[in-house]
Ligand binder design. Structure first.
Ligand code: AHR
Length: 495
């Protein structure tokens, strides 16, 4: 197969948004306990955080981290997680049928964020709670001092305000599985009133209204329209959540799953703009794609919930293979391609729970296959996102019809231009010719590929580097040409 594309700095989409490289830490399974936090671990620091996980988080290039849920947040009382650890209550977590010990709460999380060099992004409970509790948490976190709640934060060891800017107004409130699930109108009103009150306390906030939990939700589209009708003036973002998996051995469709993400984004943007037009508003609402990933959800749905309310049981521990990483890379390309409207995103999640980083309790930590596309894109995406308009052969998929074999995006900065490309073909390499004439003499200086003869090969604690980016030997210059192996994620740097 042969494909071609043009790199031209004039074809600017938007600046690369650092927040595209956000992730997510939920009190779910082993994400917090034995994930980021394990005081008895040999690698634990003075605060009980695993140094090996902190190092991998930095290497992954994470910008923001959403916390503490997810479904968990819709039953969460944030006050349970502050003050002396020995006095914190143990609670039932209805979302994951587990026991929450509250050893980690907002102060520990923000401390962990500072160590990891990431921005915290807080989700509020609008399931079992409302405006008053949201205001209390905001005051506790962001008010400098001189009130009971802000002084409590100081007394608990955080003299400086946490200064959290991004807040999610609830989580997946369109989902019948959500504790406190609401209709769009009910939720829209609550979100609007919460947002208005929060902005009175703190002018410096960016607020996210809940959009749909997936493009297949029965209320998709109508939900966004109603919620934004209520919240348009007081929120900045509407959220999208999407998870994909290979179903019934249909690898071709799975590798094209970013087609759905593309449709999801353009539908939500169109809906938001439609509401804006009706309200005669010049303001634009952006998308926070604050949950996305490959997740073998059907396996989880077919499993029994944990018995006896365990503490930090292994849940949602998907072990990703090469094909997962390539589908994942395609999703990342789609997020970047839409950087004009997708200005924040969170890979769900960071550690152990459908995560790029895995740990053994008391033992090793390693990179899953999906770690690599994320880390490479975060490291090399810089400057502006460029539209590349690939000319590519296509193939027929069961789920999405005809889809191009090549999926790509580029970024362009003074230091260099980087092309991110996926070959979706399951059986043939793709010879990609790059028209780089507009780049003023820049040449390919590095080309790596993530691929394997076995598309289902995985990384494990014993073979942690089975799947990792390797130099691509098939590179030509004048004209620039790279051979992309079948089922591969590729990074091509020009300088
Ligand atoms: O990320 C796992 C779960 O997926 C989250 O808790 C929820 O918001 C979504 O359904």
């Amino acid at each position: 197969h042969q494909a071609e594309l043009t790199l031209d700095p004039a074809f600017k989409v938007a600046p690369v948004r650092r927040r595209t490289f956000g992730t997510f830490v939920e009190h779910l399974g082993r994400c917090v306990y034995t994930g980021i936090y394990e005081p008895d671990h040999p690698e634990a620091d003075g605060d009980g955080f695993r140094r090996d996980v902190l190092d991998l988080t930095r290497e992954l290039g994470v910008s923001t981290v959403r916390y503490p849920g997810g479904n968990f947040v819709s039953g969460y009382r944030w006050e349970d997680g502050i003050g002396p650890v020995a006095e914190r209550p143990r609670r039932l977590d209805l979302a994951w049928h587990s026991t929450e010990t509250n050893e980690v709460g907002v102060d520990e999380f923000v401390r962990w964020c500072r160590k990891a060099g990431v921005e915290p992004m807080m989700a509020l409970n609008l399931g079992t709670r409302g405006i008053a509790e949201a205001l209390d948490l905001l005051e506790y976190c962001n008010h400098p001092s001189g009130t009971t709640l802000s002084d409590l934060r100081v007394a608990n060891g955080s003299k400086e305000p946490h200064g959290i800017r991004m807040w999610c107004l609830g989580n997946e409130m369109d989902g019948p599985w959500q504790t406190g699930h609401k209709t769009a109108r009910e939720y829209g009103r609550l979100a609007a009133e919460t947002a208005r009150a929060m902005r009175t306390m703190d002018k410096n906030l960016e607020l996210v209204a809940c959009g749909s939990s997936g493009s297949g939700m029965p209320t998709f589209g109508a939900w966004e329209a109603t919620v934004l009708e209520e919240t348009y003036d007081v929120v900045d973002h509407v959220s999208c959540h999407a998870y994909y998996e290979e179903k019934d051995g249909d690898l071709g469709s799975f590798l094209a799953c970013s087609t759905d993400m593309e449709y999801f984004i353009s539908s939500v943007v169109a809906t938001a703009d439609h509401v804006g037009a009706r309200l005669k508003s010049r303001k634009r609402i952006d998308v926070s794609f604050d949950e996305w990933n490959v997740w073998y959800l059907s396996r989880f749905q077919n499993a029994e919930p944990p018995k006896d309310w365990p503490v930090a049981p292994p849940l949602l521990e998907d072990h990703y293979h090469l094909a997962d990483a390539v589908a994942f890379g395609g999703l990342l390309i789609t997020l970047l391609r839409n950087s004009d409207r997708v200005t924040a995103a969170s890979l769900a999640q960071l550690v152990n729970v459908i995560a790029p980083i895995m740990t053994e309790p008391g033992g090793r930590a390693w990179r899953q296959t999906t770690f690599h596309p994320f880390a490479q894109a975060s490291r090399h995406a810089a400057g502006d996102v460029l539209r590349v308009e690939p000319v590519s052969p296509s193939y027929e998929t069961k789920e999405y019809g005809e889809v191009p074999l090549l999926h790509a995006v580029a970024t362009h900065a003074e230091e260099g231009t980087t092309l991110f490309a996926v070959n979706r073909s399951t059986d043939a390499p793709l010879s990609l010719t790059i028209d780089a004439r507009a780049l003023g003499g820049r040449r390919i200086v590095e080309a790596t590929t993530l691929t394997d003869a076995d598309v289902y090969a995985r990384n494990t604690a014993d073979a942690p580097d089975r799947i990792a980016p390797r130099p691509n030997p098939d590179v030509e210059h004048d004209p620039a040409r790279v051979l992309l192996p079948p089922v591969s994620w590729n990074v091509i740097r020009l300088a």
